[in-house]
Design a protein around this ligand. Structure first.
Ligand SMILES: C[S@@+](CC[C@H](N)C(=O)[O-])C[C@H]1O[C@@H](n2cnc3c(N)ncnc32)[C@H](O)[C@@H]1O
Length: 315
């Protein structure tokens, strides 16, 4: 690569020769067109093989797609940051003079504020995971406290854990990663989320300990469960306009009818059946973790009915 590092230069500036710049542009164009087209074809073929619900080849392709998009994003950033260093001999500029080319391509902000279509990468609890912006809720740092609370309760014990409403599987994967004794059952009602979660489980080599199911709440999870964790939708659908930052997320992943607490009420009810006698429940609500032992489920249910769960059960 004909790129040059320059002592004292703006760290966001990349000095390249004209030849190096052409290499960057050419790879970028090839990946944007041929790379993405080829990837779409391969994804279509993998989906058509009839095993959409549990298709390892598809999960591997998601990983490749994320790598492709990461390379494209990196090339876009380099092209935007590039300054061509033109030698005097070419008759255009003097030795060491720089030609600002950023204005000839998209602005830096446009590149920073945009994600490629399809699958991208996100970091959660120190783990790199696949994300599908717009189709599956992107995990938030606030949910890392749910992982910490789960890890502290499990304290290295062998345990069966359920992550209800797993989305892309971030919480399930992070708990399994932090707690080698945990067997994690992750559920979601969104098929897209289930696919993405399975891809993330495979990406982290956790297929033997994390099982993803497409079902309502705990329906396909074997009982008894030692710990249930959940970050389900809890915002009232009527307040959607007050959360413009969440409009990019699938509506059903963050908003629920009425006061928004219906999914948690149903989960507290289901927990009575699924939890082991000494089991516990951890719910994320408004950036707080609510905790209840099996014996405290009635209190938590009553607090949810009163709309005052935070004061009653904040961990
Ligand atoms: C707020 S998102 C959280 C996703 C993930 N847990 C996270 O923290 O990134 C809630 C998820 O719950 C799922 N969900 C909603 N209702 C559900 C239900 N009854 N059973 C299982 N999953 C459900 C949604 O599809 C969505 O993926």
């Amino acid at each position: 690569m004909n790129t040059v590092a320059l002592e004292g230069a703006d760290s966001e500036t990349l000095l390249v020769t004209a030849e190096g710049y052409e290499e960057l542009r050419s790879e970028l164009e090839t990946l944007r067109k041929d790379g993405r087209n080829r990837m779409s074809e391969r994804l279509r073929e993998a989906r058509e093989d009839g095993r959409t619900d549990d298709n390892p080849a598809l999960y591997d392709l998601f990983v490749e797609q994320a790598q492709l998009e990461r390379r494209i994003a990196s090339l876009e950033a380099q092209v935007v940051a590039a300054r061509i260093v033109a030698p005097a001999a070419d008759g255009i500029a003097g030795i060491g003079s720089c030609v600002q080319v950023a204005s000839q391509v998209e602005g830096k902000d446009a590149v920073r504020g945009r994600h490629g279509s399809g699958v991208t990468e996100v970091t959660f609890d120190g783990l790199v995971l696949l994300g599908a912006p717009g189709r599956v809720m992107t995990p938030r740092p606030a949910s890392e406290q749910l992982v910490a609370a789960a890890a502290s309760r499990l304290a290295g014990r062998r345990a069966r854990v359920a992550d209800v409403g797993t989305g892309g599987g971030a919480i399930a994967v992070a708990i399994a990663d932090a707690c080698p004794g945990a067997e994690v059952w992750a559920t979601d009602t969104s098929r897209c989320a289930v696919l993405l979660a399975r891809a993330n489980v495979r990406l982290h080599g956790l297929d033997g300990r994390v099982f993803v199911r497409h079902c309502d709440l705990l329906e396909d999870v074997p009982a008894p469960v030692d710990l249930i964790v959940a970050n389900l939708p809890y915002l009232p659908a009527s307040t959607a306009a007050e959360h413009p930052d969440l409009l990019v997320e699938p509506f059903d992943s963050v908003f629920a009818p009425g006061d928004g607490l219906g999914p948690y009420r149903r989960l507290v009810d289901a927990a009575r059946t699924w939890l082991a006698d000494d089991g516990g429940l951890l719910l994320q609500l408004h950036r707080q973790v609510l905790a209840a032992t099996r014996a405290e489920l009635s209190d938590l249910g009553a607090a949810l009915d009163l709309g005052e769960p935070v004061a009653a059960a904040a961990a």
